[in-house]
Design a protein around this ligand. Structure first.
Ligand code: ZN
Length: 417
């Protein structure tokens, strides 16, 4: 008999995503390895049993004082993994919406003192306490909607000490929220105003000072670069990423968001872990990503929030054989915290099936941030899962704002904010 401290049962189905290669590509993205009438048993924070509920009484014994969670005919899925967020910032940019609605471009908004650099000003000014408080509230809302692991980028300080400060806050946020957080250094998010006339001097600061300090302090697992005209060129991105790789960091690229920046091509050449956005990536570069095995992180609500008339290329990427992951891109520009809406956008605008979208938001998203034991419900893995009050996994992606009745992180319920 297997001993368990917690059992989740009375479920229509458990989408385990436990079988198949990681990351999933092509047709394998549609296979959820679902167990109809399934149940899950948890002990010491890990899954110890998963199978049909009818076998539960013969194979699992609840410890004295153990708990049973009733799914009430719902669907259990792995906790969502959000592999692309800028969730660590201060303030908001709601006052810029009127400009956006009137058709002002990203560059015009920046000229009026808005956009990314206005968030940089607010973040530099904010105390640690304010940053922790505001970010913790966002992370708790993410968790209440079913997310149990989140990638968190720096990139709103853009100076040496400030970027290190942001990265040092991430483990504190993990402790406060109980979530699994993966830190990414994104000093190359934009050129800060004090370097506006000497962007190469900023790249040199990253290469000589900040990146080595990030690696020495083990403050980040990945290095990311915003590769786009007016931000960082392919050559600059390549220098930064090659140096990050030598220092032991994984590589990510903000690629082809506005125009064909060459970012996806660079990600393929460097065999980066992921290339993100990809709104403008041409067919030939999609094929390069597939050949190089780079995961495409698709952010279907970003084009919508940026009022860009471009559809998320999720379908095209899957059809090209690229492993696809989904993220919120939670930031002051795209203030999206909850993955169920991202799944629905990936289905309705990105033309993924609900099963493909769920794969993209769990096991493939975990792969995109180097988590080998997340995004599945599998014996021996952390018991990170969510139960949704829907009769099948395909209702995720169909209903925009469905919320879980239970979210477990390491077998413990995450209480709503
Ligand atoms: Zn981003």
């Amino acid at each position: 008999m297997i001993r368990a401290a917690l059992v989740v049962r009375d479920l229509a189905t458990v989408a385990t995503l436990a079988c198949g290669p990681v990351p999933r590509v092509g047709e394998a993205m549609a296979d959820l390895t679902a167990i109809d009438g399934g149940a899950v048993a948890v002990d010491r924070g890990r899954v110890v049993w998963v199978g049909p509920e009818r076998r539960l009484p013969y194979e699992v014994r609840l410890r004295a004082g153990g708990r049973t969670v009733l799914g009430r005919g719902g669907t259990a899925v792995p906790g969502f993994v959000d592999p692309h967020t800028h969730v660590l910032f201060a303030g908001d940019r709601s006052d810029e919406l009127a400009w956006k609605v009137a058709g002002a471009s990203y560059a015009e908004i920046a000229r009026r003192g808005g956009g990314l650099l206005s968030t940089v000003r607010a973040t530099r000014k904010a105390s640690d306490g304010q940053l922790l408080r505001e970010t913790e509230a966002r992370l708790r809302r993410m968790a209440a909607a079913g997310t149990t692991a989140v990638e968190v980028k720096s990139g709103y300080a853009l100076d040496h000490a400030g970027e290190l400060r942001l990265l040092r806050l991430i483990p504190l946020l993990a402790r406060r929220t109980g979530l699994r957080l993966v830190p990414t250094y994104l000093g190359a998010h934009a050129v800060p105003p004090e370097f506006a006339r000497h962007p190469d001097a900023y790249v040199r600061t990253i290469l000589r000072r900040t990146l080595p300090a990030v690696a020495r302090g083990r403050l980040a697992r990945f290095c990311d670069v915003f590769c786009e005209p007016g931000f960082f060129s392919v050559a600059e991105a390549e220098r930064i990423l090659r140096s990050a790789r030598v220092l032991g960091l994984g590589l990510k690229v903000h690629a082809d968001e506005f125009v064909v920046s060459g970012g996806a091509r660079l990600a393929a050449r460097l065999r980066a872990t992921s290339a993100d956005h990809l709104l403008a990536t041409p067919e030939r570069d999609r094929r390069r990503l597939a050949v190089a095995g780079v995961t495409a992180v698709v952010l279907p609500l970003t084009a919508f929030a940026s009022s860009v008339a471009r559809r998320s290329p999720a379908r095209e990427l899957v059809d090209a054989g690229v492993p696809v992951a989904l993220g919120s891109d939670c930031s002051p520009n795209t203030w999206v915290e909850e993955i169920p809406g991202v799944l629905a956008a990936a289905v309705h605008a990105g033309r993924l099936t609900p099963a493909e979208a769920l794969t993209a938001a769990t096991v493939n998203a975990a792969h995109a941030i180097g988590l080998t034991d997340a995004g599945t419900i599998k014996v021996g893995r952390p018991a990170d899962l969510a139960v949704f009050p829907v009769g099948s996994a395909s209702s995720l992606g169909y209903r925009f704002d469905v919320r879980p009745s239970v979210v477990l992180r390491q077998g413990k319920p995450i209480s709503p904010p």
